[in-house]
Write a protein that binds this ligand. Sequence first.
Ligand SMILES: [Zn+2]
Length: 285
Amino acid sequence: MHSVSTLTYQGRPIRLRGTMLNLTDMWRAAGSPEYRRPTSWLILEDTLRFRAHARAHWTELDEPAGDNVVHDHIFHLDPDGLVATARGRNGGTWAHWQLALAYARYLSPAFHLWCNTVVRRAMEWRLGPPAAAHDPLLLHLAQQFRDLHRRLDDVERHAADLMFLLVSAQELVLGNRLEFTGLTRATILKAVAAEPFDGQCPCCLREPVLTEAGRPAPGAEFDHFFHRGLNRPEHGWLICQTCHAELTHGGYLVRFLRMPEFRAFQAAVLEQRRRARQCPGDAAA
Ligand SMILES: [Zn+2]
């Protein structure tokens, strides 16, 4: 069975499965144009003609989609193997990439151009780097990338292990819980209220954590990110109930995964403090 991988167009995901591309994702990535949904396109005469031609000249396609897709109750493949509809997690309309590129052209010129480059390359790489067997430079590069990916995986694992050791060491050294002081809480509240958080939980960016009056909303919690013994403003954040429960009970790996969000918040806190030092009057106001 082919696993699902993802391409990204302007921040929006487009899923791939074997030689099949998710047309629904493509439609969304192109800005969800109301009259250009996959279903509207699939019934067009041009589309039907393309499919009929592909059926008749199947050998011209690099490989039939049907070989790459599991027939199951979730994934329903049309008899020509070019289009499939799926329910559930990988839901939506899927099509063989040759057909999907034609759909891209129908969606928009900019999107078509992008697909022509990125999708085609992804599909060619899936079948193996084309000229690699004959080109020592390409062979060398492919090997370098494989090594690099392996090293990056290692680095990430080591960083997670280091965080675990750090937390254990802090436990020995710091021991006691130190609450955030009033001044520290005020700094954190200001950072949450300001751009880019605008009162949303800095961890999930979904739940509001401030009341109209700028006080912590019910359920929101001040969280000691690194350790309950570290209580300076840059050691904590104000997060929603769900995130707090997740971080409290999820262990250090869950916390490690939230590191980028926390770093972003830390930067906002440090910016608050920098401003407060520059204009002490503003900070007191
Ligand atoms: Zn949250």
